[in-house]
Design a protein around this ligand. Structure first.
Ligand code: BGP
Length: 453
C-alpha cells in the first residue's frame, strides 16, 4: 500500500532534455564542448524542452504526475558566474507551470553539466569551484526556495567519478579524479549547510546511483570483493553525505590506487557539520563481483564493467535477464538495495531514477507499444511496495524519464520516456510529442495510487 501523499513522479536532467544550448545567454557546459561518440547525437537540441516547456508540463499533468524531478542548468542560470535573468525566467516558468498543475518540483542543482568556463579553470579539480558552487546554490535557494521543497545536490557523483570518461569526457589520473571527487563532497556539504541555515524548511540530500553488490559465488573471497565494491561505489558517497566522513574500506582502495585526496581540517569540519535530510538514489540494477588479484583497472559505464585489481571485478550476473542495451534487470535487487541503505542510514528514501532504455518504434498511427518498459516498471513498483510494507519509508518514485531525451553516451535511440519525441540521432524531424503505451499505463497506476499495476 502506498500512502496517499506518495509522490508518483518522473525525472529528466537539463542537458539531456532542454536543448537551446546557446540560447538566451546560456554559456556552453562541459556537455556541449565534449566529443560525443561519432554515432550518437550531441546535446545541442535534445528534446527541445526549453521551447516546449508549457506543452511538456501539460503532458506531465495529463499523465497525472504528483512530482517532477529535473535539474537546473548552472550554465543557463549563471553563465561565467553572472546571473542570467532569461535563464532564471525559464525555471520560474517551469516551476510555476508545475505548481499550477499541482506537481511538486524536485530539483537537482547539478547533473553532469559543469559550465565550460569553470571547466577551463580546472573544473572540480580547482578548489575555487567549491565556492562557485556555493554561490550558485545560494542564489537558487534564495530565488526558488519558496516554491521548491525537495533539493538534491549532485546527481550520481559516484558515476561522474567512476565512469567520468563516458559521462563527461573527463580523462585524468585516479589521483586527480578523487581530488575532484573530494571537492564535490565538500561542496555538497557546504551547500547543505547553506540550505539548513536559510529560512527554508524543505529537505536537501544527495542523489547517487546505488546498487546492491552480490558475490559471484558463496565464498569469503567473493563476499569480500562485493563488500569492497559496495564501499567504493556506494558507501563512500552516502557515508560522506550522512555521517560526514570517508568510508574506511573505500579509503583503503584509494590508498592502493595512490588516489587519497588532500583533505584539510576545514574540509573535515564542513563535512562533519553538514549532513543530509533524506537520501535520493537512482536504481537501475545490481552488480555481481568476483575477487580479482591481477589485471588492469577497468572503468565500465554506470552499471557494469568496473574492476580494481586487488579488490574486485564486476562480471555479468548469469541469473538475470538484460535490456537490449545490456543492462541487467533485477527488480528484487531494488528491495535488497533499499534495505541496505535504510538499515545503514535510517533516513527517508526517494527513488530519483529507475527505468528501461529501449529502441521504441513510432507506428504509422502515432502509437508506441513499449510493453517491455511497462513490464520493467511494473516489476520494480511491485518490489517497491513490498519494501514499503517491510517498513522502509519512501517519499516517492520518479522513474527515468518523463519524456524521451538523449542518453549519457548512447544517443536518443536509447529511449526511456513515457512520452515519445519524434527525432532520431541525426534527424531532428518535427520533435512532436506522442504518448506511449507506458504513458497510459502509468497514468492509470497513479490514478489508483499504485493499486492497479
Ligand atoms: C544515470 C544518469 C542519467 C541517465 C541514466 C540512464 O546514470 O543519471 O543522466 O542518463 O543514467 O543512463 P544512460 O543514458 O547512459 O542510458
Amino acid at each position: 500500500m502506498f500512502e496517499k501523499d506518495f509522490l508518483w513522479g518522473a525525472s529528466t536532467s537539463a542537458y539531456q532534455v532542454e536543448g537551446a544550448w546557446n540560447v538566451d545567454g546560456k554559456e556552453p557546459s562541459v556537455q556541449d564542448i565534449r566529443q560525443v561518440p561519432e554515432n550518437t547525437s550531441d546535446f545541442k537540441v535534445a528534446a527541445d524542452h526549453y521551447h516546449h516547456v508549457k506543452e511538456d508540463v501539460a503532458l506531465f499533468s495529463e499523465l497525472g504526475l504528483k512530482a517532477y524531478r529535473f535539474s537546473i542548468s548552472w550554465s543557463r542560470v549563471m553563465p561565467n558566474g553572472v546571473i542570467n535573468p532569461k535563464g532564471v525566467d525559464f525555471y520560474h516558468t517551469l516551476i510555476d507551470e508545475l505548481l499550477k498543475n499541482n506537481i511538486e518540483p524536485i530539483v537537482t542543482v547539478f547533473h553532469f553539466d559543469l559550465p565550460a568556463s569553470l571547466y577551463k579553470q580546472g573544473g572540480w579539480g580547482n578548489r575555487q569551484t567549491i565556492q562557485a558552487f556555493a554561490d550558485y546554490c545560494t542564489f537558487l535557494f534564495d530565488t526558488f526556495g519558496d516554491k521548491v521543497h525537495y533539493w538534491q545536490t549532485i546527481n550520481e557523483q559516484n558515476m561522474l567519478t567512476l565512469a567520468g570518461k563516458l559521462i563527461s569526457g573527463n580523462k585524468k589520473t585516479w589521483k586527480d579524479i578523487f581530488q575532484e571527487n573530494h571537492h564535490m563532497l565538500v561542496a555538497q556539504s557546504k551547500v547543505m549547510g547553506i540550505y539548513h541555515n536559510s529560512d527554508h524548511s524543505g529537505k536537501i540530500g544527495p542523489a547517487p546511483n546505488i546498487c546492491a553488490v552480490y558475490p559471484s559465488s558463496p565464498s569469503a573471497e567473493n563476499q569480500l570483493a562485493a563488500d569492497y565494491m559496495s564501499a567504493f561505489r556506494n558507501w563512500l558517497y552516502l557515508d560522506a553525505a550522512v555521517f560526514g566522513r570517508y568510508n574506511a574500506q573505500a579509503l583503503e582502495i584509494l590508498r592502493a590506487l595512490d588516489a587519497v585526496p588532500e583533505i584539510t581540517l576545514e574540509d573535515e569540519r564542513i563535512m562533519k557539520q553538514n549532513t543530509c535530510d533524506y537520501i535520493a538514489f537512482n536504481y537501475y540494477n545490481t552488480a555481481c563481483v568476483t575477487s580479482f588479484d591481477l589485471g588492469e583497472i577497468k572503468e565500465g559505464d554506470q552499471q557494469k564493467g568496473l574492476a580494481i585489481p586487488g579488490f574486485f571485478k564486476s562480471i555479468e550476473n548469469p541469473n538475470l535477464p538484460q535490456t537490449e542495451f545490456g543492462w541487467s534487470i533485477d527488480p528484487t535487487g531494488l528491495r535488497v538495495t533499499a534495505h541496505q541503505i535504510y538499515s545503514r542510514y535510517g533516513l527517508p528514501l526517494l527513488i530519483t531514477e529507475n527505468g528501461l532504455g529501449g529502441r521504441d518504434k513510432l507506428e504509422e498511427d502515432g502509437t508506441i507499444h513499449d510493453n517491455y518498459r511497462i513490464d520493467y516498471l511494473r516489476q520494480h513498483i511491485i518490489e517497491l511496495e513490498k519494501t514499503i510494507e517491510d517498513g522502509v519509508p519512501f517519499i516517492g518514485y520518479c522513474p527515468w524519464s518523463a519524456i524521451d531525451l538523449i542518453s549519457t553516451h548512447e544517443g536518443i535511440r536509447k529511449r526511456y520516456g513515457f512520452i515519445y519525441v519524434n527525432r532520431s540521432d541525426f534527424d531532428l524531424k518535427d520533435l512532436k510529442r506522442y504518448r506511449k503505451d507506458s504513458f497510459y499505463w502509468y497514468q492509470h497506476l497513479i490514478e489508483t495510487n499504485g493499486r492497479e499495476k
